[in-house]
Design a protein around this ligand. Structure first.
Ligand code: GDP
Ligand code: IMO
Ligand code: MG
Length: 422
């Protein structure tokens, strides 16, 4: 399979978890390299639903090495909960899961600050997952963070945590928020540290050993291209590099060892949280929500929905170097008479075939649409390309052409088997 980076090509929730699960069959190692438990990756196996937040989705297949890399921000208490939940469902973890000693930690003051800053922003809020992701990456960049390697050394951890709680309680006080109890946080984090210690290792040397062995490595992106801190719709973004470059820095795998970049996208568009979404459309949102679809895997929020935006996905192809596309949720469009695809933006007498950087311009853009006839046929039972209705095939071919990448995978349902290799 070669070494592959898989990224979200839209605003997150493209179905990365499902596609990772499918691709893991041929991988030896699966790595998360950025983000934290703001991610929610859903996988269905034989009707059982699994939602992964920090643990790579590859864990659901036997004997795959799964790595939480240096670029991830880890809430250790939430990771312990996730591991326990997976164990309850019979997932084998021991000997398969590895946690980078240099990954940064998320603390309760990060979560509290995340919430306080959102409240302060009022109607200009980002709509974060309130998992403390922004403040944790903020500490990392400010060189005031704590890492997994600190968590597993009790004396060092205690001393550093004491300082950090003191400092952050001052900040929380300024917000009028309740200060945190050192002893409570210390107790909780020490317990989590003890639980996680067996998983902690130098994941960079581990991954380079795997590279030397010729293992196939799959890098599991979290969030999506337009939530990238550099390439997304700033400030309505997350705080990590969600694009392909982030997978290298966040894992220690050098760029020239990557053979392929896969971009996952829905056959339409969704976004959860605030910020521009040029193709947003109430009709398609109501239809999908009425089907019980498009509610967030992490926060349960209803996702905003819109038509497929080829201006955005072409941009995603460019910044990620996407070779192959995996298009998911095709079955979500089965009942439509007409399907729209955005092929350009119009704003202030100007047309754009790229995503403008000025957030105010992007927010004011009107999409220019091309229309495709619907196929009015259920696609969820299709297993081969030729099982798909001709109109669905034409629609997918058009998306690939407009996006300027090769259509490799078409997904017609949440299950493993509902996958077509094109
Ligand atoms: P991720 O964050 O990119 O892993 O995506 P999420 O798991 O948050 O959201 C994607 C949703 O779509 C999940 O509920 C998946 O089970 C579901 N899903 C993925 N691919 C398909 C598909 O082709 N059809 C349908 N009906 N659901 C899908
Ligand atoms: P997966 O991996 C969709 C969004 C939030 C908010 C913004 C910032 O499941 O695709 P944050 O908590 O990161 O500071 O929030 O980013 N967001 C996601 N949206 N899928 C995700 O992850 C997301 N992770 C963060 O809704 O708009
Ligand atoms: Mg998700």
């Amino acid at each position: 399979m070669a070494n592959t980076i898989l990224v979200g090509a839209q605003w997150g929730d493209e179905g990365k978890g499902k596609i990772i699960d499918v691709l893991t069959e041929r991988a030896d190692v699966v790595v998360r390299s950025q983000g934290g438990n703001n991610a929610g990756h859903t996988v269905f196996i034989k009707g059982q639903k699994y939602v992964l937040h920090l643990v790579p989705s590859g864990i659901l297949r036997k004997r795959k090495v799964c790595v939480i890399g240096n670029g991830v921000v880890v809430d250790p208490v939430s990771l312990v909960e996730e591991i326990k939940g997976l164990r309850k469902l019979g997932v084998h973890i021991d000997g398969n899961l590895f946690l980078s000693e240099t990954a940064h930690l998320v603390f309760p003051y990060h979560r509290e600050l995340d919430a306080q800053r959102e409240t302060l922003k009022g109607k200009h809020k980002i709509g974060t997952t309130k998992r403390g992701i922004g403040p944790a990456y903020g500490d990392k960049a400010a060189r005031t963070g704590m890492r997994v390697i600190d968590l597993i050394q009790p004396e060092r951890f205690k001393a550093r945590l004491q300082e950090k709680i003191k400092e952050n309680n001052e900040i929380l006080k300024a917000f009028g928020a309740k200060p945190l109890s050192f002893s409570r946080v210390h107790e909780e984090y020490r317990t989590a540290g003890d639980y996680l210690k067996p998983f902690v290792t130098n994941t960079v040397t581990l991954l380079h050993k795997a590279l030397r062995r010729g293992d196939n490595i799959l890098l599991e992106g979290a969030q999506g291209t337009f939530l990238d801190i550099d390439h997304g719709t700033y400030p309505f973004v997350t705080s990590s590099n969600t694009t392909a470059g982030g997978a290298c820095t966040g894992s220690g795998i050098p760029p020239h060892r990557v053979d392929r970049v896969v971009g996952v996208m829905k056959a339409y568009t969704t976004r959860v949280g605030e910020g521009p979404l040029p193709t947003e459309n109430a009709e398609i949102a109501d239809m999908l929500h009425a089907m019980g679809r498009e509610f967030g895997a992490t926060t349960g929020r209803a996702r905003r929905c819109g038509w497929f935006d080829s201006v955005a996905t072409r941009h995603a192809c460019m910044v990620n170097g996407i070779d192959d596309l995996a298009i998911t949720n095709i079955d979500g469009l089965d009942t439509l008479d007409t399907i729209k695809v955005c092929v350009g933006y119009r704003q202030g007498g100007r047309t754009y075939d790229f995503v403008p950087n000025d957030i105010e311009v992007l927010s004011a853009c009107e999409p220019v649409y091309a229309e495709f006839p619907g196929w009015h046929t259920p696609t969820d039972k299709a297993r081969k390309w030729k099982d798909l209705p001709v109109r669905a095939r034409n629609y997918l071919k058009a998306l690939a052409e407009l996006t300027a990448a090769n259509l490799a995978i078409a997904s017609v349902g949440p299950g493993r088997e509902q996958t077509i290799f094109v």
